[in-house]
Design a protein around this ligand. Sequence first.
Ligand code: PMP
Length: 305
Amino acid sequence: MASYYNENTVIYLDGAFVKSSEATIDLYSQSMHYGYAVFEGIRSYKTVNGETKIFKEQAHFARLKHSADALNMPYSYTADELIAATYEVLKRNNLQDAYIRPLVYAPANMSFNKNTASHIAIQTWEMAPFLGDKLLRVMTSSFQRPNPKGFKITAKAAGHYVNSILASQEAKANGFDEALLTDMNGFVAEGPGANMFYEKDGKLFTPSAGNILPGITRATVLEICNELGIEVQEKQITTDEVKQADAAFFCGTAAEVIGWESFDNTLFKKEWNKTLSRIIQKAYADRVIEKEISIPGKERKEVVV
Ligand code: PMP
C-alpha cells in the first residue's frame, strides 16, 4: 500500500492544522457506516515559473459545495477560505506537485436523519498519475454506473465509489488495466474515476452530461479542443463505436490524460503518437504547469480586440 503520510505530515481539520498521525475520526460517524460523505480530488503543480498552483481551484471547491448541498450536508465554508487552507497545508508539507483531498464528513449519527454540523479535512500527498503513464487495456465492465434516479450522480459522494472499486477490481481480476462502465441504458458512461473521449476521423466524441460525473478535466479537454480548433461532439455512445475508434483516452484530475491501447481486446487503429488525442494529452500537461502550448502550428490564438 502507498504511504500517504508520515509522523511530520500536517492536515487541515475543522479550522486547525494538525498532525495527520494525531487526527481521529468518530467510529460512530454516519460517513463510516453509510458512505455518507463528499470529497474532491484536486491537483497542484509546480508551474514553469516555479510557483505552486492549484489547478482550477475555484471549480473544485464549487463542486465540493455542490456535492455537500446535494446530500443535505451542512456546509459553512467559503471557497477562498478552503483554498487558503489548502495552500497552507501544501506549504507545511513542502509539496508543490501534489494530490489534494478535501473530505466533508458527518458526525456520530447512526440514524438517517440530517446533521446540524459537518467536519472537513484537507489532506495532501504526492501521487503519480492514477492510472499510470502507459497506454491502457480497457474492458467493458459488468457493472453499470449508478442510476441518476437513485443517486445524486453529479455529487462526488463517497458511497458512489463502491461502484468504482467493484468495476476497477473486476477489470484487474480479468487481466485488464481499467474498466469502462455503461449507464443504466447500456450506453458508454465513464471510467471508475475518469471521463472518456474517443477519436474517429479527426474528430473527438465524449458521452453527454446526464449519466456521468461531468469532470473538470473533461471541461478542460473541451476548452483545449476549442482553442486548438479540434472538433468535438458530446453524444450518446455505444461500446461498438468505441471499438471502431482510431484512439481513446481517459481524463480526470488524478489520471490526467491517459490513452488506451485496446478496448475489449480490440487494438486501436492509429498509433497513439499520431493522434489528436496525443496532442490534447500534451496540451493538458502544458496547461497545468502554465506553459504555453508548444505544439507547432497549434499555438494559442491571440485574440485581437
Ligand atoms: N468520473 C468519475 C466517476 C470520477 O471519479 C472522476 C474523478 N473526479 C471523474 C469522472 C473526472 O473528474 P475530474 O476531471 O473533475 O477529476
